[in-house]
Design a binder for this molecule. Structure first.
Ligand code: NAD
Ligand code: AKB
Length: 329
């Protein structure tokens, strides 16, 4: 460890990952020491109710500075972003939030001498020219989406701030994240979450990708584990900083549907690909995460079968309680 993480800020804390990451960090570091921030407010969410919460727009540097000073923040988990599908609808906004916001966080890290900054990247950093199977950690980065471009810029900026200013910046390339708490926020891999809600609510789902669309995916408990494990890793062991591949499972949309059908035999599904198909086709089918395994001991725990069973159990329980979406949008 380069320094201790005592007062943590999570940006984009009401998002799919930020909401569960905030709760995990509060459990580990104390609720009062983990400040959540977003540009939205979900008053009945656990994040807003269980500890400090503020409006922070990451594109406004002053908005960040107020909270950093007020709470003597030493570590930022920077989760605020615009994802791939929304990014293609509004590329300018995607650039402003993802690149502008990241630059503000990095500059604040220099000015306030922060201990550490965690900035996620994505499999979207890769593009159609990248090897698709077992995609290496260090390979061709030529994404064809604005989101992917901003993710490559974020990786390069983070590494630059490590070299140029000695800031401890770390980041990992998440695959599509599947979770039962907060709905995903406008990505291409959203079908892998939506299908579970629809299977329970309506017994049917129309995928917006072809059945043979195979992408790397990860269940939220592994995502949270990877994020905290990288954040707590010994800095001196890291040769990479902001661009770790992390793998877990890889399956096609058709295989996911069949896995759900094992638990819900009447489940019906079909496939109507839309503009997100082209985005999915530009991404890897599986990733090689040996660098993360070597440098900070990454080891995933969940596979498709266990994840499907767990997702259905959690969502069914909420559905029966009449609470499927409450505080989770
Ligand atoms: P999300 O869309 O669910 O959440 C992002 C949050 O950021 C939202 O709550 C939104 O309100 C907030 N936000 C948007 N603009 C903002 C602004 N200007 N200032 C402050 N907050 C703002 O995203 P997520 O899935 O939780 O993703 C978190 C990070 O992980 C992102 O960097 C994303 O690129 C990365 N990632 C996510 C996945 C995934 O499958 N969820 C996969 C790969 C990478
Ligand atoms: C998206 O689909 O945009 C995200 C991602 C893989 O980065 N889930």
């Amino acid at each position: 460890m380069k320094g201790e993480m005592k007062n943590i800020l999570v940006t984009g804390a009401l998002g799919q990952i930020g909401s569960e990451l905030t709760m995990a960090l509060r459990e580990r570091y104390g609720a009062e020491n983990v400040v959540a921030a977003d540009i939205r407010e979900i008053p009945d969410s656990e994040v807003v109710q269980s500890g400090p919460f503020y409006y922070v727009d990451v594109t406004q540097r002053a908005s960040l500075d107020v909270i950093i000073r007020k709470h003597k923040i030493d570590t930022i988990f920077h989760m605020a972003a615009i994802l791939s599908a929304t990014g293609e609808k509004n590329p300018q906004k995607c650039w402003e939030v993802n690149v502008g916001g990241t630059l503000n966080v990095l500059n604040a890290a220099v000015d306030y001498k922060l201990t550490r900054v965690i900035i996620p990247s994505s499999i979207a950093a890769f593009g159609p020219d990248t090897p698709k199977e077992n995609t290496p950690n260090d390979t061709i980065l030529r994404p064809t989406t604005m989101y992917g471009i901003t993710k490559v810029v974020g990786e390069r900026l983070g590494d630059y701030y490590v070299l140029k200013y000695g800031v401890d910046v770390r980041g990992l390339r998440y695959p599509g994240i599947i979770s039962a708490e907060t709905l995903p926020g406008g990505g291409t891999t959203d079908y892998a979450v939506e299908v579970f809600y629809k299977a329970i609510e309506e017994g049917r789902y129309t995928f917006f990708v072809r059945p043979d669309t195979r992408l790397p995916m990860m269940y939220m408990p592994d995502c949270i584990k990877a994020t905290i494990q990288l954040a707590e890793a010994d800095f001196s062991r890291l040769k990479h900083h902001c661009d770790f591949n992390v793998g877990s499972m890889s399956f096609s949309a058709g295989e996911l549907a069949e896995e759900i059908k094992k638990h819900i035999p009447n489940f019906e599904y079909d496939f109507k690909p839309d503009y997100r198909q082209e985005i999915a086709d530009s991404w890897p089918r599986s990733v090689d995460d040996s660098v993360a395994r070597e440098e900070w001991g990454w080891q995933p725990e969940w596979d498709l079968a266990r994840m499907t069973k767990d997702m259905l159990k959690k969502l069914r329980k909420r559905y029966e309680e009449g609470n499927l979406y409450k505080g989770r949008k």
